[in-house]
Design a protein around this ligand. Structure first.
Ligand code: TXA
Ligand code: MG
Length: 311
């Protein structure tokens, strides 16, 4: 069911079916964003609560006037700087976006992905695609077609294989308050890059217990094994039998390193695959050293904290 047949994916999406699609961030579970029945299938397949709105993916900026009613100047600046790419903008929605897509909110989240296969798909379709990450609700996001296959095989008609995702964690989500950008979810475009594009400091409202982006629950990306976080530079004092530790930089006694080459982009790219890998092995607590809290490291640490959270 993993396929490289773009035409088959197009046919299925036109028929209102679900297709797993590659993007540069993570794999998405896509359906026609303008068809409420197709979108309902996404919520059902993911077991996703109806209060958690979806991102709508577009192939071209020319679609925007149909989908939103206004675009703040800072949104234009951010699109110029980062589209196509791992940046999602939350803008006032037009009437053609069904309420189920936005969970009844008056705003819609929009993103133009950079992955060449996603772009070809979107440019071949007469509608945009609603797509959350293609994982069961609350679990680690998928960064390969096989990850989607492992968990949602019975729920999707086809998974389009675009190779391993280059960025490896989800897009940065930006909302606007009085026309000014506010970060709602840390992701593939760093806060520093957002700030240099708009030319001022930008606040980050990613606080977990009262999420501004409704899907941002404290516990998310949760593997079955218990995760204990270590501050950047820290290490476990002692490992009990069956426990595992993942360092940031390579360490002789660590199971794996998040960033073998010391690059934070590598840590982002490897994070979800590593969480899946350790989850497939029996064992106790997994100790993970955090990334430095800057650049993409903020998004890596955000995902680690949610993966570690226990209600
Ligand atoms: O990189 C990505 O963003 C991936 C790929 C597939 O594009 N998608 C993704 O979707 O991560 P999902 O559904 O797992 O996360 C979407 C996030 C959630 O935190 C959700 O609450 C927020 O975007 N969001 C969506 N619509 C929103 C809206 N209208 N207002 C505020 N937040 C919104
Ligand atoms: Mg998700």
């Amino acid at each position: 069911m993993i396929s490289s047949d773009l035409h088959e994916a197009i046919r299925l999406l036109r028929a209102g079916q679900l297709v797993g699609i590659p993007t540069e961030t993570v794999y998405g579970l896509a359906a026609n964003a303008l068809d409420p029945l197709a979108v309902a299938r996404i919520f059902e397949a993911k077991n996703r609560p109806a209060f958690d709105p979806l991102i709508v993916h577009v192939g071209q900026r020319a679609e925007l006037p149909y989908l939103v009613t206004s675009i703040p100047d800072e949104a234009q600046v951010l699109m110029d700087a980062f589209w196509p790419g791992p940046l999602t903008l939350v803008l006032p929605k037009s009437d053609i976006i069904p309420d189920i897509v936005t969970s009844g909110l008056p705003h819609v989240a929009l993103r133009m992905p950079k992955h060449p296969l996603a772009q070809r798909l979107l440019q071949s379709l007469p509608f945009p695609l609603a797509a959350p990450s293609a994982n069961p609700f609350g679990y680690v996001s998928p960064t390969t077609a096989q990850h989607v296959m492992d968990q949602l095989a019975s729920k999707v008609s086809c998974i389009l294989d675009g190779g391993p995702c280059q960025v490896g964690l989800e897009s940065t989500v930006i909302g606007f308050a009085d026309g000014r950008a506010v970060i709602l979810r840390q992701g593939g475009v760093s806060q520093e890059d957002i700030e240099s594009a708009v030319g001022r400091p930008v606040s980050s409202q990613t606080s977990q217990s009262r999420p501004a982006a409704p899907g941002q629950l404290d516990s998310h990306y949760a593997p079955h094994r218990t995760i204990q976080l270590l501050e950047h530079g820290g290490r476990p004092t002692k490992l009990a039998l069956g426990e595992t530790w993942i360092s940031y930089l390579p360490k002789p006694d660590a199971f794996e390193a998040l960033a073998p080459d010391g690059q934070v982009a590598t840590a982002a790219h490897r994070l979800f695959s590593l969480l899946r890998k350790i989850d497939q092995q029996p064992g106790g607590v997994v100790w993970i050293e955090k990334a430095p809290e800057s650049g993409l490291g903020r998004a890596v640490n955000d995902r680690l904290m949610r993966a570690a959270h226990r209600a």
